[in-house]
Structures are given as C-alpha cells and as structure tokens.
Design a protein around this ligand. Structure first.
Ligand SMILES: [Zn+2]
Length: 118
C-alpha cells in the first residue's frame, strides 16, 4: 500500500474511488471523463496516444509524457484546461483540470442514462 499511497498523494484533486478516477488508458487512447464547472455538462474525451501525447525525455521531470489540452463542451464556451502527466508505462502520475472536474466513467454513463439533454 505504501507505493499506492504515495502515488495517490501526488494527485492534486482528491480521488475518492481510485487513483485513476476520471481517466482510463486503453491500448491506443486515453479516455478522460470530466464535468464542466460552468454548466455541469459531462464529457468523455478520447485522446489518441499517437497524436495527443507529447514526450518529455530530458530526465529532469518525474513524468515522461504529458498532454496539454483545452476542452470546450457543447453547452457553453467554458474553456477547461486539461493537463495530464504520465510515466513511461502510460500511468497517470499527475492530473490537473481548470474550470472543470474529473468524474468517473460511471458518473458519466449515469448522466447519459438519465437522458440529460444537450
Ligand atoms: Zn459548460
């Protein structure tokens, strides 16, 4: 548990359910689930590893890859600034989101099941 606890402590926003809350890494993509702070819209973002992830290989950081992205939803013009940092195994070591909140995949799918209109 020691390693996991240290990993969790590195997250800026608290992760209530799991360290990877809000982010799922698949073979070729990174899925991010988030909610707009302004209008409450919930979004699922698919970031392709091949094109979205940038490398930071000079060894002076505790991450090796990162994503910077401005996210704009469908319901308003709130600009959410997303930053994710990964180690060499595509594990998230740091995540930040301005003007938005990370949610879990379950929360995203629940919102869709309830038929929230766009
Ligand atoms: Zn919004």
């Amino acid at each position: 548990m020691g390693f996991l606890a240290r990993l969790v402590n590195k997250f800026i926003s608290p992760a209530p359910t799991s360290a990877q809350s809000g982010i799922q890494v698949t073979k070729d993509a990174v899925w991010v689930y988030l909610q707009c702070d302004k209008c409450g819209e919930r979004l699922a973002l698919r970031l392709r590893k091949s094109s979205e992830i940038q490398r930071e290989d000079d060894g002076s950081h505790d991450y090796q890859m990162f994503i910077n992205k401005t996210v704009i939803g469908n319901d308003c013009f709130n600009r959410m600034q997303l930053r994710l940092e990964f180690d060499g195994m595509y594990r998230v070591v740091n995540k930040q989101l301005e003007n938005g909140t990370f949610i879990t995949k379950d929360e995203y799918e629940d919102a869709n099941l309830q038929g929230i209109t766009r």
